[in-house]
Design a protein around this ligand. Sequence first.
Ligand code: FAD
Length: 471
Amino acid sequence: MHVLDQLATCLGHAHVKHEGDLSAWEKDWSGRYQGRAMAVVLPSTPEQVAEVLHICAAATISVVPQGGNTGMVGGGVPDGSGRQVVVSTRRLDRIRALDSANLTLTAEAGCILQTIQSHAQAHGLLFPLSLASQGSCTIGGNLATNAGGTQVLRYGNARELCLGLEVVTAGGKIWDGLGGLRKDNTGYDLRDLFVGSEGTLGIITAATLKLQPRPRSQLTAWAVLDSVRDAMALLEMSRQRLGPDLTSFELMSQQSISLLAIHNPIAHSLPPAGPWNVLVEACGTGDEMALGESLQGLFEQAMTQGIVRDVVLSTSLAQSLNLWHVREALPLAQSAAGPALRHDVSLPISAIDDFLSETNAALRAAFPSIHILCFGHLGDGNLHYNMQAPEGTDAHAYLAEHGDAIQDIVWSRVVHRGGSIAAEHGIGQKMVAPLQRYKSPVALELMHAIKKSLDPLFVLNPGRVLGNAHL
Ligand code: FAD
């Protein structure tokens, strides 16, 4: 029987799409990566996922797992061969359990992140993973990419928020590693192998997630500063004064906010931007008045010391959401502004100021009119450090001509300062070559050995993360 017929027998014809417009699955959200799928299949149980893998492996057809398709590095869309099957997790969308005594929630991989947040909230609890894409991305995709977002400073990456996984292996076996244990040292940590593996080692079908008590108070402040050094001083002061109540510390350059002003009307409701701008969020278990006093004290001290030029404190949830809306609109505003070279890097927080001064200087020396847009999660050392072509140039041609040299300036300095060239978005297709260049040979050898042992036929997302070096 033809492979499409076998898939249809397993899933039903309606859930095996191979005709008509498949672009929603074949093209990533940025439009940069577009392939051609042999079929898009939509299983609704782990058993069906396992059967799909059996069928595809037997026919030597590779599969590309896909959740919300919001990934930034082209990891979830098929290549152009027309020989790959996209396994969409959209129908694996049940919340299986919420255990409020154990503070855990078990959800299937295709659950939208926002649905999980809302479900936890309805039970008076918090699932703190928070990304601008949360209305579309799935928990399976979040775990497969080890997503970060705006609250890593307090709660950690997706990895730290996951206690257990259910995974279908490349060989079509279901590993039930679900469970709400906070301590389990029974050998190698398989969960940690699959988290961040970007669909190259197994397909995550469900996860047990760690919940938190819901904070009783939440306040946001927008501060205007003159320099990154001041932002770092404010971060240190915030940690000291707010302790664990500090949940987010986001940095935005004036240039990135100006871009927002051109492309997004929301920018007109902003406080006046300075050279650098910081969004600080604090969440507490005490009442709002106490938290407000702590924040007020923090900014009085910062202004007295000349660290902060101006500050706006939110006085309502609506105002706080508005400030966040500005921060969250930045990636989309930047996409609307045309082609850019994006770098998702992380550094030790103590190295960020020196990194930015020296890299900005090196870029401007080599490419005098280049636009540098910088924003990111300063509180956890993650910068989105992006470049656009000078005005009046053909942006595509400019970036094609100078892209390699620009990236080399950035990544070599990141590595020199002990940083990572892929902080939260992962490797996918986009970062395969830089990974080969900047990761240590021993680390790459170990990664190849893991891939070979878990997916010896290279069925799962080939060409991603490690590339096709094995072929
Ligand atoms: P997809 O894009 O569908 O897939 C991503 C990767 O995971 C692919 O390699 C895919 O094969 C694999 N995959 C998906 N589901 C599974 C599964 N069930 N099992 C195995 N592998 C799977 N990311 C951040 O980390 N922090 C941010 O702050 C952030 N902000 C964003 C803002 C915007 C506006 C946008 C568009 C994206 C942002 N992202 C951010 C990137 C993206 O949302 C995350 O990478 C997200 O985790 C991807 O989830 P997804 O369900 O869309 O996965």
